[in-house]
Every structure is written in structure tokens, then in C-alpha cells.
Design a protein around this ligand. Sequence first.
Ligand SMILES: Cc1cc2nc3c(=O)[nH]c(=O)nc-3n(C[C@H](O)[C@H](O)[C@H](O)COP(=O)(O)OP(=O)(O)OC[C@H]3O[C@@H](n4cnc5c(N)ncnc54)[C@H](O)[C@@H]3O)c2cc1C
Length: 326
Amino acid sequence: MRLRGMDGQVDILIIGGGMAGLSAATALAGTGARVTVLDKGRGPGGRMAARRVEIGGQQVSFDHGAQYFTARDPDFRETVAAWEAAGVAARWPAAGADAWVGTPGMNAPVRAMGEALDVRWNVRAERLLRDGALWRVEAGEEVFTAATVLVAVPAEQAAVLLAEAAPDFAARAAAVASEPCWAEMAAFAEPLPLADTFRSDSGPVSWAARNSAKPGRSGAETWVIHASPARSRELIDLPKDEVAAILLADFFAATGAPAATPQHLDAHRWLYAQPEARKLEGSLYDPELRIGIAGDWLHSPRVEGAWLSGRAFAEALRQERLASTS
Ligand SMILES: Cc1cc2nc3c(=O)[nH]c(=O)nc-3n(C[C@H](O)[C@H](O)[C@H](O)COP(=O)(O)OP(=O)(O)OC[C@H]3O[C@@H](n4cnc5c(N)ncnc54)[C@H](O)[C@@H]3O)c2cc1C
């Protein structure tokens, strides 16, 4: 086993490099703390994911997770303005007056945040153990040590990871249920005769969007189609090719567009797409154990909620430090 963190003493280890984890990491790194982030994903995004595929010799990217985000909190608005200035976010009026997307893909803001931090992609934390005054985090062949740990992963995954290390937090996480979402990615040779977005609160398709019409995208006519939570649960264990065919038929039936044969068709299952909407504490921190939890499920089931949750954790540590030095 390789040991990391003992040499230069990692102050804070963050498990989960989605919007919540990287929001916390950005704020904490700004205070001079040595922060390392572990993420099991191959690349940045978490649920703000973008999938690149080649269609007809062209690289095309689909946002198959979060479709857009809103910015209502003043601090988050300031951050989004900085992303816009850096070219990693832009307004997308087709989804609403206050709608923003990452550019050129939805994961761009997370990618940009990660580039300024020490993030280890492709590293899955498997076990958290107390080791004297430190935390020891086992991740495959590697072991990381840190004084403080933040777990910033979806509730269902946090419940498993925290079961031994922080049973109270694990119980909080286990009480949260998330809705699944089957997401379909389709490309067509010709534009479909539809508006750029479609929403429904009742039918099997809750959302569909012309991905290629988002700012900063180019290439083929692409669509992302989200099955409603009820439809996603019905199809939950079917093979993805079967789901893709069913959702395509649902899409044409729901929108009234004439059926067309896609040049590319794929589906992705999000088991924990969005937690139930109930505002909790924002984040939680146990100063005795020096462990915290953050994520959209602790604030609100959105990109902005995840960002605010990560910020709330960083603020809890800042307050603790202020109290200890006063
Ligand atoms: C289909 C779909 C549609 C959505 N639509 C919208 C929308 O339109 N607008 C909106 O605002 N929000 C939307 N959301 C929600 C939004 O994406 C989330 O609220 C937000 O991205 C959550 O961020 P997070 O950091 O809390 O979690 P995540 O983005 O899930 O980040 C958690 C990270 O932890 C990593 N991880 C998990 N377990 C481990 C482990 N053991 N070790 C290491 N790493 C681990 C994961 O790889 C992931 O990167 C949507 C989500 C989905 C899936």
C-alpha cells in the first residue's frame, strides 16, 4: 500500500469532487489549508456530467446529467459571473431568464475549479478509519491521511461510506431518498421540428432539450431526453439499449415530433439523480471527530444547492478556527 499525506500532512481530505466537494475545497484552499480531493470519476463533473462521443467524424458532447443551473444566492451569482468571464459558463435563455450552462460542456465549471486544486480523479474511497488524531482513508492500493475529512457524495453513497466512521451522519444520509433518472442521448442527421426545450410534469418524459443549441456547442443535432422519476423506476433494471428504444418512442409521442432514426443513441442510468427536496442544515460538521458531510441532499437538489452546501462546510471550519484563536 502507498501512503499519501504523512509527508506534507494533508489538512483536509475531501471525498467527492462534484460541485459540493469542489466548492468546499476552493473556499478552504483560499484560507491556506492543504486540501486534497478524491473522486472516483474518470473526469470532472459528478452529476454535472458531459459525455463526449464521435459522430460522423466529429466530436460531440452531451450533457446527460444536470441540464442547466440557476444562480440566486448573491455569493453564487458572483462565482457564476467569474465563470462567465473565464468562458466556462454562459446564459441559456431557452431554459429560462435565470438559466446558466457550463461551456463548452456542463462539466466546465467543475473542471475549472478542479484545475486549481489537488484533485485525484479515478480514486474511489472505500473505507474511513480513525488513526490516532488523524483520519485514514483507504482507496484501493492507496491510503490517504488527514486531520479533517469531508464526505461530499450522494446521500445513499455517504450512508455506506460513513457507517463505521460516523454512524450518526450515516443515519442522516440513510434517511434521504433520491429519485433515479434514465437519460437518453440522441443525435439526428436533420434538425427536429421542435422548440429547444420540452418539459412535462405528467408524462414519461420530464425533460428534453436540443443539446446542440446550448451556447458554445457545435456539431450534429443532438438531444438529451430525461425519463420522469416514475418512468425511470419502471425501467430501472432493463438493459440500456432496451431503455433507449423505449425512451425514443416516449419522446416522439410526448413531443409530437415525427419519428426519425437517430445516428447515435445511448442511455445512462442515474440511480441517485436528485434527492428529495427538503432543506436541511446545508452541511454538518462534527468538531470532535473532525468529519463533515456536504452535498445537494443537505441543502437543495440543485447545482446551486451543492455549491452552497460546500461553502457552508468551509464556513463551519473557518468559524471553528476563529473560535480556537480568539
Ligand atoms: C439527470 C439529472 C438532471 C439534473 N438536472 C438539474 C438541473 O437541471 N439543474 C440543477 O441545478 N441541478 C440538476 N441536477 C442536480 C445536480 O446535478 C446536483 O444537485 C449537483 O450536481 C450535485 O452536486 P454534488 O457535489 O452534491 O454531488 P455529485 O455531483 O454527485 O458529486 C459527488 C462526487 O462524488 C464522487 N464519489 C462518490 N462516491 C465516491 C467515493 N467513494 N470515492 C470518491 N469519489 C466518490 C462522484 O464520482 C461524484 O463526482 C440534475 C442531476 C441529474 C443526475
